[in-house]
Structure formats: structure tokens, C-alpha cells
Ligand binder design. Structure first.
Ligand code: DP6
Length: 325
């Protein structure tokens, strides 16, 4: 009962930022992302009769504490779904994403874990079913089941049965690129889980955020279908700024940005002023991802590498969905 799966992370162009049901991971809004080929997780899961607990390694290190509980709790859900309550697993995960620095390692991590574990335990799931179960590991992971552009439909049912991702356009639809500017490889101090909870509960700006999303989603889908880079980038950048504005309106207020984050944002805007179309987006951490077109790759990469404090720049193309090895 062993399976190995590979998944890529994704960058949200319309952000998921808040839950209406925390245990089931049901979001307050629908979101949309691009899967990236630059960052992946490969995970093997083997369920064995003689184990008393799950055993989990990430990059060859055994994990414990909260990270272990999240993985093991997610495996409980898979065991329950398969009717195999007493079968524990050996899990080995290799992550080539800088963990928890805002590169959504939980997205590729839980997508690969869900795919490998459900297959290893003998469940035969459609992509939609896999996306739905992956959601309960980490919300953003639900979109990483698919390559290219995917939308996580928030759904409305209290049991979450209609909350899963659907493909919008495959990785071959449009060759747009993403440069991830690595500013810090250290752990962020407010996790996305805690950050979004605090924002939903206290932010003076949360209603404004929610009220603007339906239009952003509709417009960006049109722009993606038309391969309209200006429009896609503009909406994504503005959506990111609105999400981050909600954290400033929270109590206590917080931000994921550092001075270097702002320096990258300003550099991207300066590139635009000089006629190079580029747009930024930022998740729950200090690093910045920059959207650009292939013909501008050299200029964009050089400009970003020259920013003081930019430790690395990692270039990605649209990536594919989950695969089995
Ligand atoms: C800012 O998926 O990490 O990256 O569901 O609690 O595991 P949990 O949160 P997570 O949140 C991601 C938030 C975001 C935006 C996004 O990816 O849509």
C-alpha cells in the first residue's frame, strides 16, 4: 500500500483570505491561482499493518509538534474515508520550496500528501474529489491538484461538499512567467491560518475586501481567457494590495511586509513606468512574486536581482497538476 505523488505550489492571483468554518477549511470567498513549475513537493506514503503511529519526515527530518499533528490529523480523515481506521503510515516528503516563508509550501505539500495517501490506501478519486479532500489539509492546496489556472469555488453547503477547485485553463493555455524574489528564508511570525482568523474576526476593512471579490474574479477570468496581460496583472496586484490592507485594519494590526518587500513593489512599479509590463503579488510572508512575459525575462530577472536584500530570484513557468511517480 505505497504511492508517491508530486505536486507544485500555486500563487493566488485572487487571494483566499478567511474561513467561514475552520475545522472543515471552508473559505469566505472563492479564489483563483496559477500553478508554478518552480516549486514542488514529492511525497511517498506507505500504510503498514505493524505501525502504532504515523511517522513523517520532511526533507529527511522527522517532524513533531503542530506540523506532525496537522499531517496526522489529515491522514485520520483519509483513514476514515477509506474505512481503515487503524492503518498508520510512513510518510517521506521532499520539499523544494523555502518552507513557510510565504511560498505556500503547504499548497504543494498537502496536495502531494493527499494524492499519495488516498492512492496508497486504495481510494480511487476523481480530481474533484481529490481537490475536496485536499482542502481539509490546507485551503490553498485544493487548487494545486490542477495545472495552470484553477479556481477554488467557495461553495455554500455547510458540510463543504461543494467547496473544491476546478480547472480554468491548463498550463499550456498561456506562457506567463512568475519570478519569486526571496527576501528571507526565515519563518514568518504570523501564520496564514492565524493571520486570516484575526483578520476575519477583527479587521475594520474585511467587509470591503469581501465586497470587491466577485468582480475581481469575473474580470480576471475574462482577462486570462483573452491572454490579456495588462488586465490580468492589474487585477492581481490590486487584489493583493486589498488583502494586505485587511491586515492593517485588524486588531492588533499586523503586516507581512518588510522594508525589502516594499522595495521590490516599488521596483516593479518603476519597471512598469519604463514600459516593461510587470506586476507583483504577495502571500502571507515577506517575499514577492512578480508576473511578467517571457520576452522580458532577462530584464526583469536582472532588475530584481539588483535590489538590495534580494537573496535569490527563482523563475517559474506555469506548472502541471498532481502526478504519480
Ligand atoms: C495568502 O492555504 O496556507 O496564500 O487553509 O489555513 O492552511 P490554511 O491557509 P493557507 O492560506 C493561504 C493564504 C494565501 C492566499 C492564497 O493562497 O489564496
Amino acid at each position: 500500500m505505497k504511492a508517491t505523488a508530486k505536486a507544485h505550489t500555486n500563487i493566488a492571483l485572487i487571494k483566499y483570505w478567511g474561513k467561514r468554518n475552520e475545522p472543515l477549511i471552508l473559505p469566505t470567498n472563492s479564489s483563483l491561482s496559477l500553478t508554478l513549475d518552480g516549486f514542488s513537493t514529492t511525497t511517498s506514503v506507505e500504510f503498514r499493518e505493524n505501525l502504532a503511529n504515523d511517522h513523517v519526515t520532511i526533507n529527511d527530518e522527522t517532524i513533531s509538534g503542530e506540523s506532525y499533528r496537522r499531517v496526522s490529523g489529515f491522514l485520520d480523515l483519509i483513514r476514515q474515508t477509506a474505512g481503515e481506521k487503524h492503518l498508520y503510515a510512513d510518510v517521506h516528503s521532499i520539499n523544494d520550496v523555502p518552507t513557510a516563508a510565504g511560498f505556500a509550501s503547504s499548497a504543494s505539500g498537502f496536495a502531494a500528501l493527499a494524492a499519495a495517501a488516498t492512492k496508497a490506501i486504495g481510494l480511487q478519486l476523481s480530481d474533484q474529489e481529490l481537490s475536496r479532500i485536499t482542502r481539509q489539509g490546507s485551503g490553498s492546496a485544493t487548487r494545486s491538484i490542477y495545472g495552470g489556472f484553477a479556481q477554488w469555488q467557495m461553495g455554500g453547503r455547510p458540510d463543504g461538499s461543494d467547496s473544491y477547485a476546478v480547472p480554468i485553463a491548463s498550463q499550456d493555455h498561456w506562457d506567463i512567467r512568475v519570478a519569486a524574489v526571496v527576501l528571507s528564508d526565515t519563518r514568518k511570525n504570523v501564520s496564514s491560518r492565524d493571520g486570516m482568523r484575526r483578520t476575519v474576526e477583527t479587521s475594520a476593512f474585511y467587509d470591503g475586501w469581501l465586497g470587491s471579490l466577485a468582480d475581481d474574479l469575473e474580470q480576471i477570468k475574462e482577462a486570462i481567457m483573452d491572454r490579456d496581460f495588462e488586465k490580468t496583472g492589474k487585477i492581481a496586484e490590486a487584489n493583493c494590495l486589498k488583502m494586505h490592507a485587511t491586515t492593517l485594519g485588524a486588531n492588533p494590526p499586523f503586516t507581512y511586509w518588510t522594508d525589502k518587500t516594499v522595495a521590490v513593489m516599488q521596483t516593479v512599479q518603476a519597471m512598469r513606468a519604463e514600459g516593461i509590463p510587470a506586476f507583483f503579488t504577495i502571500d502571507a510572508g515577506p517575499n514577492v512574486k512578480v508576473l511578467y512575459l517571457p520576452e522580458n525575462e532577462k530584464t526583469v530577472e536582472k532588475t530584481l536581482r539588483d535590489i538590495p536584500g534580494a537573496e535569490d530570484v527563482i523563475l517559474s513557468k506555469p506548472g502541471r497538476g498532481v502526478s504519480f511517480l
